[in-house]
Design a protein around this ligand. Structure first.
Ligand code: NIG
Ligand code: FE
Length: 384
């Protein structure tokens, strides 16, 4: 069966070989044909072939679906009191993770499935078509497996984050790091694609993170890392040393680390929802792009630092607060996220790509940043 999307006023493909020759690969008055979940034809609407189903986009903008490459969707409870206190001046230090751990341990699997699915549905309704989901709010062997099983219901891009915090029942942090690197990694590896560590001030240091990542790699997991959210403790260098697909936050990053990132295959994933919700200074994304660092934008959806389920909001923040143009932000939220997940089949709409696309309620995708807070998604199409 074929589906023709036609009368697309502005089609962003993110394929430099298409359209206007820019990285955005932009076509006007365009059409696209999907078959078997893939893009099989693109071009001028006037030359579009016939198809079994015809979708008239009525001049709207169409973009690749967002790739949200960093979320902590599986949790119970909320931390609104912590947010309210922060807005009155209490700084974020990661300590609240333990209260979400307590709530998550107390929740049933059904509750976790229902609340996570509801958050994922909000992301999908806002244009997300590929989603990464981390564990990290149970911090026991069986409990982390349970969170990954719930995450697997939502996505294949699951991440083991046993090294998120030291749980309160451990007075000996070295013993907890050994548990994570040993039994917990072995139990979780079959349920995850990725491993991640919160490597930061007040969380895990570089040596602890290296130990956990090394065991995770030996267990067959691919690597990513939280780094530079609260302070520069050397996490970006560790991410480069370990060949991580992505180092996430990068709020505190040196010029030297940016230069090293620029020559690497590690993506810098920026999470402006976290700066918003912790009232922190935003990283200047221009510094990254000007030296050639590949960037992604993601929601970081979690109850502590970024209870954000809208990639449109993330794009608006990145444009207004981090110095990106609307095109740069859209690219980072789509093809950038795909690179952060080492995926070449999503994040763009070139021939052969997954036909994951979003029809906007706007004639140009720049409206995403221009009209923040509005729901500009008419329809999210996730390829079967
Ligand atoms: O990405 N930084 C570590 N993890 C989350 C926050 C976790 C929490 O506070 O619950 C983040 O911001
Ligand atoms: Fe995070």
């Amino acid at each position: 069966m074929t589906t023709l999307y036609t009368n697309i006023g502005e089609l962003t493909t993110n394929d430099v070989r298409l359209g206007d020759g820019s990285a955005m690969g932009r076509l006007r008055d365009a059409a696209l044909v999907e078959e078997g979940g893939r893009v099989v034809w693109l071009g001028a609407a006037a030359h579009a072939p016939a198809a079994d189903v015809r979708v008239d986009c009525a001049g709207a903008a169409v973009i690749p679906g967002f790739v949200d490459s960093h979320t902590h969707l599986v949790f119970a409870g909320d931390r609104v009191d912590e947010f309210v206190a922060r807005m009155a001046g209490t700084p974020y230090d990661g300590g609240g993770i333990r209260s979400t751990v307590a709530a998550t341990r107390a929740a049933t699997r059904e509750e976790l499935l229902a609340t996570s699915a509801a958050r994922a549905a909000a992301l999908f309704a806002g244009g997300v078509t590929t989603l990464e989901v981390k564990s990290g709010y149970d911090l026991t062997v069986e409990g982390e497996v349970r969170l990954l099983e719930v995450a697997r219901d939502l996505t294949g891009e699951t991440t083991f984050l046993g090294a998120h915090a030291v749980p309160s029942e451990f007075s000996d942090r070295a013993a907890y790091v050994e548990l994570v690197a040993g039994a917990m990694t072995r139990a979780c590896a079959p349920h995850a694609r990725w491993a991640d560590v919160f490597c930061d001030r007040g969380a895990f240091d570089v040596d602890e993170a290296r130990h956990v990542l090394t065991s995770a790699r030996a267990a067959g997991l691919e690597l990513r890392l939280h780094g530079g959210q609260l302070a520069d403790v050397g996490a970006v260098r560790l991410a480069l040393e370990m060949g991580c697909a992505s180092v996430d936050h990068c709020t505190h990053v040196s010029e030297g680390d940016l230069a090293a990132l620029a020559g690497s295959s590690t993506v810098a994933t920026l999470l402006p929802g976290a700066e918003f919700s912790t009232r922190s200074a935003y990283p200047d994304a221009r510094r990254f792009l000007d030296v050639g660092v590949a960037i992604a934008l993601a929601t970081d959806c979690n109850p502590g630092t970024s209870y954000v389920t809208s990639m449109g909001f993330v794009i608006a923040l990145a444009v207004r607060e981090m110095g990106l143009t609307p095109d740069e932000a859209l690219y980072a939220a789509t093809r950038g996220g795909a690179a952060a997940l080492r995926r070449s089949d999503v994040g763009h709409l070139g021939l052969g790509a997954r036909a994951d696309l979003v029809i906007l309620d706007a004639p140009r995708c720049a409206h995403l940043a221009y009209r923040p807070g509005a729901n500009l998604v008419t329809r999210t199409v996730r390829a079967p």
